[in-house]
Ligand binder design. Structure first.
Ligand code: ATP
Length: 296
């Protein structure tokens, strides 16, 4: 997924390019692989996490001149091949933490470690090559489902496309479309429902065969059918890759193996979904109650 080739793909699409912001999002999805030329990129070995991704005493600030930290004293472990959810109020530091874990930002103090080895310039590229990131505002263009899937893995076979769709709980609906994979999905995928769009983007992320899948869950509510389909898709992926979800709707992370609750840049709580739910008076159970009331 070299951005140079993505850029030329986009140029071919001419007027279909929606906006600069979308290009930025797509670059983020491919984790800024454009920092390398193609040959170097192919030489980078992906990383398979054996045990865990870890933060040890991590502090991060966006402005070193001011002594306010976006994250402070973060000590967490994200076990390999499990699903970890990161939750917390707006501005708590969820995206900042994920950027650090992906090597997109560096801690001011402390370290991010992969299986006990600190993240350095060298293994950071391997880490990025191993991550698929699905942003809240993923890029879909007015081409076919096939073209949208092939955008970042142009050499994927028909079989691999269907396999990824299957994992993303999308194969049934794509099969039912009049032109299947060759169905044109409209500007930004407008002819698909919100849930279908998310699942196509999930399929595209899976096609890269990442060892880490990072999902920044869209804030807008999905209907419950689509929500449970995405949950089922993520459940199906559990055990095959490390999944990190920035969750806004707490109902979607019931099946997470562990939940990190952030507040004002610190870890306020950590534990399993049920454990946190039962911690009455805790931030997580308060957030959950608020969301349940809002949904009534
Ligand atoms: P949300 O749920 O609203 O996306 P979040 O939990 O992901 O929020 P972050 O985006 O990580 O929170 O932001 C943590 C803090 O860092 C906030 O105070 C935010 O204003 C600040 N921040 C985030 N990005 C930047 C930036 N690029 N420059 C300066 N400050 C930033």
């Amino acid at each position: 997924p070299r951005v140079s080739s993505i850029q030329s793909n986009l140029e071919e699409l001419g007027s279909l390019i929606p906006s600069f912001q979308v290009l930025i999002n797509l670059q983020h999805e491919c984790l800024r692989a454009n920092e390398l030329d193609e040959e170097d990129y192919d030489k980078i070995k992906p990383i398979l996490i054996q045990k865990e991704l870890e933060c040890q005493n991590v502090y991060f600030t966006y402005d070193p001149k001011v002594s306010t930290y976006a994250l402070q004293n973060i000590n967490i472990q994200i076990p390999a091949n499990q699903m970890t959810a990161i939750v917390g109020p707006s501005g708590a530091g969820k995206s900042t933490l994920v950027d650090l874990l992906m090597g997109l930002n560096r801690p001011e103090k402390g370290s991010v470690l992969i299986d006990g080895t600190p993240l350095t310039k060298d293994n950071m590229l391997s880490l990025r090559r191993s991550i698929s990131y699905v942003s809240q505002d993923p890029f879909l263009f007015n081409g076919s489902i096939r073209e949208n899937l092939l955008l970042v893995t142009p050499n994927a076979s028909e079989e691999q496309l269907w396999e990824a769709l299957e994992f993303a709980a999308s194969s049934d609906f794509v099969r039912k479309l009049p032109n299947g994979l060759d169905t044109i999905i409209g500007d930004r995928g407008i002819r698909l429902s919100g849930g279908e769009r998310q699942r196509i983007v999930l399929a595209r992320a899976i096609l890269r065969k990442p060892s880490i899948l990072v999902l920044d869950e869209a804030t807008s509510a999905l209907d419950s059918e689509n929500e449970s389909k995405i949950q089922a898709a993520l459940d199906g992926l559990k055990g095959t890759m490390t999944i990190i979800v920035i969750a806004h709707r707490l109902s979607t992370i019931r099946n997470a193996n562990q939940v990190i609750v952030l507040e004002n840049g610190r870890v306020a709580q950590f534990g399993g979904f049920m454990q946190l739910t039962e911690d009455h008076g805790g931030l997580f159970s308060n957030l959950l109650q608020k969301q349940m009331k809002a949904a009534l």
